[in-house]
Design a protein around this ligand. Structure first.
Ligand code: IMP
Ligand code: MG
Length: 175
């Protein structure tokens, strides 16, 4: 794509594919014989989730949540509003939240509290990307794909003003 806003490639497509297969193998091993529900956080996680799920070798269901964080587009305030809740009842089930990226961690902190209150049997997180430098709260992220530097990332689900989600790699946004 010829676009001045697409900067340095942070994670190439083949690294994404390899790591997604590794994560799926870890999850398949850890959740053998369990009652796995994957919860994708719309919209960014959809791309990662669908690739991850295709490589899982255990029975699993998928459901989605949409949340909005009050504040600007690039800065999360920690005050989260549910735009779309789950269809599934997760009480007593093994729940894995699938996220595109953990930045401040505030959105995930809210989701862990909210979903935890519904009494799942277990509740873990699988995040494709994390920006450790930006973290404001300490979170238990069981599965993480890649640590990236403190840059605004686009591609493979991540957007800038709803564009670039379809890039097959993760790049930095030229700001
Ligand atoms: P947090 O609450 O600060 O951890 O922000 C989490 C959400 O902000 C992610 O699920 C993304 O939707 C969005 N986000 C954070 N960093 C980036 C980025 O570098 N590119 C695109 N979206 C981002
Ligand atoms: Mg987003």
């Amino acid at each position: 794509m010829d676009d001045d806003l697409i900067g340095e490639i942070l994670v190439p497509a083949d690294d994404l594919a390899r790591r997604v297969r590794e994560l799926a193998a870890d999850i398949s091993r850890d959740y053998a014989g369990r009652d796995l529900v994957l919860i994708g956080v719309l919209k960014g996680a959809v791309f990662f989730l669908s690739d991850l799920m295709r490589h899982l070798e255990v029975p699993c269901e998928v459901d989605f949540m949409a949340v909005a964080s009050y504040g600007s587009a690039t800065k999360s305030s920690g005050v989260v509003r549910i735009l779309k809740d789950l269809d599934a009842v997760i009480e007593g089930r093994d729940v894995l939240i699938v996220e595109d990226i953990v930045d401040s961690g505030l959105t995930l902190q809210y989701l862990l509290r909210n979903l935890g209150a519904r009494n799942p049997r277990s509740l873990e997180v699988c995040a494709l990307l994390t920006k450790p430098e930006r973290r404001k709260v300490d979170l238990p992220t069981r599965y993480v794909g890649f640590e990236i530097p403190n840059r605004f990332a686009i591609g493979y689900g991540l957007d800038h003003l709803e564009q670039y989600r379809n890039l097959p790699y993760v790049a930095a946004l030229n700001e």
